[in-house]
Write a protein that binds this ligand. Sequence first.
Ligand code: AMP
Length: 630
Amino acid sequence: MAKIGINIATGSLQQAEMIVGIDLGTTNSLVAIIHPETKKPVALKEHGTSSLVPSIIHFDDYGNASVGEEAKQYLETEPQNTIFSAKRLMGKSYNDVKNNANFFTYKVIDDNTDSLVKVQVGNQFYSPIELSSFILKELKQRAEHILKTPVTKAVITVPAYFNDSQRQATRDAGKLAGLDVLRIVNEPTAASLAYGLGLEKDDERTIAVYDLGGGTFDVSILKITNGIFEVLSTNGDTYLGGDDFDRLIIQHWLQEKGLTEEELHKDKQLAQTLRLIAEEAKKHLSSNEVFEYTLTSLIPNSLHLTTNDLRLSITDFNALIAPLIDKTITSCADALKDAELTTADIDTIVMVGGSTRVPAVRNAVSAFFGKEVNDSVNPDEVVALGAAIQADVLAGNNKDFLLLDITPLSLGLETMGGLMDVLIPRNSKIPTKVGRQYTTYKDGQSGMRISVFQGERDLVKDNRRLAEFNLTGIPGMPAGLPKVEVNFLINADGILVVTAKELRSGVEQSIEVKPQYGLTDAEVEQMLLDSITHAKSDIQTRALVEARTEGEQILTVTEKFLTKNAQHISKDEMLATAQAMQALQLAVTMEDKNLIQTKTEELNEVTRPFAERAMDAAISGAMKGKNIME
Ligand code: AMP
């Protein structure tokens, strides 16, 4: 996807980099782009290989990670070092997953049941965010290898039912992998986009997206109006998919021989081989009447299974999986009920996930909705292809689409030093909701001014003030302890509602703003042009303000720390600290960004040893948080 950009340092035109679409799946993941010549979405693959990368990570004895097909080989032989389905753990606490603890063959830590889960491999602990970032890093590297260009920007898809913390976790995983995640998109929305749905201006329709993958099933009912995708309802079963079909086939074969699953699992090698053959049988039956395993002879095994035993007709297969298909149809009915619709209201059905290749699945869905289903796009790739289309829209290549329902200018609020902190970037499609947490700057600060601005400049004084209000009544706490969550919500009518809530006390305040009010197209254009002309000086100013704010904060914190913890600090340390503080104070006064940064670092170096000895939670909080003006 070639995009023309403006080099903000020189003002010259430059070729900007690719924005890729990523489907980060439970079983498989992949990357897609809009082909620069055909302008059609394509999934990236190296010559002669599949576009799908198994979402599996293997750690060797030294903690080195491998991802994809290579890692998959270790599933049976090194289950404790081979992580699959990390997506199921995203944004979850142990309490959330304990009912399915048996599903995970690796160690999911259960000591602190309410905090986010960690996975233990050897003596290392990994968060699901880190695990997902390994997969994303692999996808990024692959894409860079194939495209021969750096890839740093991406759109990543998530299930429609993902909550805020799961979405944020996905975003963080992207960041950790070195990706700027421009947008998190719902998988059913991406799949619809891949079928071209919603890309026409006056396209209005209701869509059912049926997604049956390897391990999960979900159905979403979407309504598209004027390019806005609204999720009316979702339903499904996060532990139902094509892998269950494979399991039923194996059970069927064992039953025919009077064998049990326990007996099979004593022979790990055979269990793995049978699983692969069962999957092959299932896939074969998607376009044939009978499966007969004749290719090679079956390895010698204690169960005396022979190739003759591994036969399956389509009739038997359909009978085996009928109860599972029925379950998915019940979910479809429930999703419709929740959306207060009937099958007659559904205009289009979109099929997603490798398991929708099973004819009995397609027929059942089609029969339930009384309509043909859309299955012409590869169901394994359809979500990534749609993500690539969304990425293209964000890159500004799809102008018609951009005209619709987007925020013409960025929306954000004022943070310390008069900086603009953007919550909703310009060109965001609406409706949209973004939340971010802030904290206080001073001890005992009881109020916080929330000033909402619109524009592209780094300093709020150069942007347009839309609204302002005070969040009052924050109970007295040390600086950095209050957690103030500010939410920006733009509804389909373009009304911005800003809410601020102190999470510890529950104090809350909100305001309604019409963001475009009073701005003509020409004014919007002028504001954009200004932001380009002043970009260089803006960046410099922002860097200075940030360095200064950080420097000042560290001075305050250190001073407070010294008075409180004098008994932990030696005379020499006290002296060295006083000197370092003086040097930093001077740098701040001189407004020299580089000097401030160096002196901040030096002060940190000096205080680190005793700070570590006596650090208390309140102070660590104050050093981390972001601050809004009082
Ligand atoms: P996904 O999670 O969307 O990548 O889907 C993977 C699932 O689709 C696995 O259970 C595969 O066995 C299944 N699958 C892939 N191709 C076929 C096919 N031709 N027929 C039936 N199932 C398939």
